[in-house]
Design a protein around this ligand. Structure first.
Ligand code: GRF
Length: 195
C-alpha cells in the first residue's frame, strides 16, 4: 500500500479531494499517512485531524533534515498548495516521487510568486481562451519539473480571477487524485511518466 505524504500550506481542498478518493475505497492501494505544513492552524491541518491523519508543522521549512524526518517513509510526496521551495536534498531523495499541482497550464503562468489569485489574473490578462491545472514532478525550482498530466478548462467572457480560480480548482480536485491513483497502480516508476 502506497504511503502518501502531503505538503500543504493552506485551506487543503486538494488534500481533502485526495483523502476522499484514497480513503474511500475498501482496500485502498494508497493512503495519506502524513500531512506536513509550514504554518500552524490551517484548513489542511484541520482536515488531517478530522481524517485521523498524523500532521507535522515544520519549525523551519528550509531545513532539509527536518523535512526529511517528517516525510520519513513516504513512497510518494504530494505538494497540494505548498508555497515553500523544497530544499534540494529533499528533491534529490524523492526524485520522481514528489509531485505538485499547479492551477494553470505549465510551463505558462508558473514560477516564483505565481500562486493564488495572481495566476488567474495573469491568465485573464493574457487573453488566453483556456486555462487548467497541471500535475508535475517537483525539482529545485518552482513549477519547473516535467509535466505528468494536465486538464483544461475554458476561460469565459467576463471571468473574474475568482471565477476562473473556482473552475480550475474543481478540475484540480479530479486531476490530482486520478494521477496519484495511477502512479500507485504503476508502482511509482523511478523515471518520469506522462499521462
Ligand atoms: C490550489 O489552487 C493549488 O493548485 C495551488 O494552491 C491551491 C491550494 O488550494 N498549488 P487548497 O489548499 O488545496 O484548497
Amino acid at each position: 500500500m502506497l504511503r502518501v505524504a502531503v505538503l500543504a500550506s493552506g485551506g487543503g481542498t486538494n488534500l481533502q479531494a485526495l483523502l476522499d478518493a484514497l480513503h474511500g475505497s475498501p482496500s485502498p492501494i494508497a493512503r495519506v499517512t502524513r500531512v506536513v505544513s509550514d504554518r500552524p492552524n490551517t484548513g489542511a491541518l484541520e482536515r488531517a485531524h478530522r481524517a485521523g491523519v498524523p500532521a507535522t508543522v515544520l519549525r523551519d521549512p528550509t531545513d532539509p533534515a527536518e523535512l526529511l524526518t517528517a516525510l520519513d517513509d513516504a513512497g510518494l510526496v504530494v505538494l497540494a498548495g505548498y508555497l515553500k521551495l523544497v530544499p534540494a536534498p529533499v528533491v534529490a531523495r524523492f526524485r520522481w516521487r514528489m509531485i505538485n499541482i499547479h492551477p494553470a497550464l505549465l510551463p505558462g503562468f508558473g514560477g516564483a510568486g505565481m500562486y493564488g489569485r495572481r495566476v488567474h489574473a495573469a491568465v485573464l490578462a493574457s487573453g488566453a481562451a483556456e486555462s487548467g491545472a497541471t500535475v508535475h514532478y517537483v525539482d529545485e525550482q518552482f513549477d519547473r519539473g516535467p509535466v505528468i498530466a494536465q486538464t483544461r478548462v475554458p476561460v469565459r467572457p467576463g471571468d473574474t480571477p475568482e471565477a476562473l480560480a473556482a473552475r480550475v480548482l474543481t478540475a484540480e480536485h479530479q486531476l490530482l487524485p486520478s494521477v496519484v491513483l495511477e502512479l500507485a497502480r504503476r508502482g511509482i516508476p523511478n523515471q518520469p511518466v506522462r499521462m
